[in-house]
Design a protein around this ligand. Structure first.
Ligand SMILES: Cc1ncc(COP(=O)(O)O)c(C=O)c1O
Length: 365
């Protein structure tokens, strides 16, 4: 065993994890010889075909370097001058992207939310600004699935949000940085269309980095999915089609066009093949469930519910957190309430969970 022993697997973030061997293997293959740049290579064609298999014929995949870049590119293609994006106050877009959307000229309308979800009432409320020359124009609703608090929207909830958004002429973007975990939790590969394209989502940032890739995400457009009420207010279909036409230019302008694209798409080809990506998401979710089972009886942690995906948000005093961080680093999540986040990864093993749970007992009880 290398110096990267099992004890080095942390509970900080799925971003801390390494690269899946199948991804490494495909990177090695992609490195043989030359290939057409900017997406004209065979790996890109293969990954595009896999995305069409998963989400339906007509799906258009745009490979990018990272999650923030993917989100900003997606929103840039969806928004014009004066446009705004509705999102939750907990969203990565709002909290963790250093104002990148705003730098691209996109105003964020971050709404309060206890579970990090956006509601149809939020859409109704912000839509009151439509047509008011002095106010930014709500153009997009951005949902994170699963959310930054580890909660999930059901397919029915997403469909309701999409109907409401489209009725007001808004488009729907999904930040799927951890879509593998959501897919595994909501029923596996057969569920993913149901809560994305079939529910009416227009554009999806499909995460790879947190699920076994070295780097890279894909921004997916679903022109085939447009399920919309035919009302006189409905500009959304026209806007969705325009966004796809803009997408190649928006990707380049937002600096997310990889010239050696095969090194991103080969990674996706590896995890999309045989739906490995869903297995990896399920593995991370299973590890979080095991951690929950091991520690939830400690009352001070305040963990009433099993995790929906791959993260737990326990309460722990700063002194105990400091001690526990000597075993495994993790992030504060809501410092005012002493809430932290413990997150599992595609490669978290039971031995890691047991060792961490033991440390939790030692420190906290
Ligand atoms: C919900 C969410 N969206 C997007 C991202 C992408 O971020 P990055 O730009 O670091 O790849 C992350 C990463 O933590 C995330 O948690």
């Amino acid at each position: 065993m290398s110096s990267q022993s099992t004890t080095s697997r942390s509970f900080a973030s799925d971003n801390f994890a390494g690269v899946h061997p199948a991804v490494m293997e495909n990177l090695q293959l992609a490195n043989l010889g030359h290939a057409i740049a900017y997406g004209g290579d065979g790996f890109t064609a293969e990954a595009e075909a896999q995305f069409e298999r998963i989400f339906g014929v007509g799906t258009k995949a745009f490979f990018v370097f990272g999650g923030t870049g993917g989100n900003v590119f997606a929103l840039s293609s969806l928004c014009g001058p004066g446009d705004a994006v509705l999102c939750s106050q907990w969203s990565h877009l709002h909290i963790d992207e250093t104002g990148a959307p705003e730098r691209a000229g996109i105003k964020l309308l971050a709404v309060p939310s206890v579970d990090a979800k956006v509601t149809p009432q939020d859409i109704e409320r912000v839509s009151g600004d439509l047509g008011v020359m002095h106010h930014a124009q709500p153009r997009v609703v951005s949902l994170t699935q699963p959310t930054e608090l580890g909660t999930l929207y059901t397919a029915a909830e997403i469909e309701q949000l999409c109907i409401c958004a489209h009725e007001h002429g808004l488009l729907v973007h999904m930040d799927g940085a951890r879509i593998a975990n959501a897919t595994a939790a909501l029923g596996g590969i057969s569920s993913v269309r149901e809560f994305t394209v079939d529910a009416g989502v227009d554009v999806l940032t499909f995460g790879g980095t947190k699920n076994g890739l070295m780097y890279g995400e894909a921004v997916l457009y679903f022109p085939q999915g447009a399920r919309r009420p035919q009302t006189y207010k409905d500009f959304s279909l026209e806007n969705a089609q325009r966004a796809l036409r803009y997408a190649p230019y928006a990707r380049k302008q937002t600096t997310q066009l990889p010239s050696k694209m095969r090194f991103v798409s080969a990674q996706f080809a590896a995890v999309l093949n045989n739906d490995l990506w869903v297995q990896l998401g399920a593995s991370a979710n299973g590890a979080a469930a095991s951690l929950f089972n091991a520690v939830h009886s400690i009352p001070t942690l305040e963990l009433p519910h099993a995790p929906a995906v791959n993260s737990l948000y326990p309460t722990i005093s700063p002194a105990h957190a400091e001690q526990l961080r000597e075993v495994s680093f993790f992030w504060d999540w809501e410092p005012a309430r002493h809430r932290v986040r413990w997150m599992t990864s595609w490669d978290t093993e039971l031995i890691d969970v047991d060792a961490f749970a033991e440390a939790v007992y030692r420190v906290v009880t």
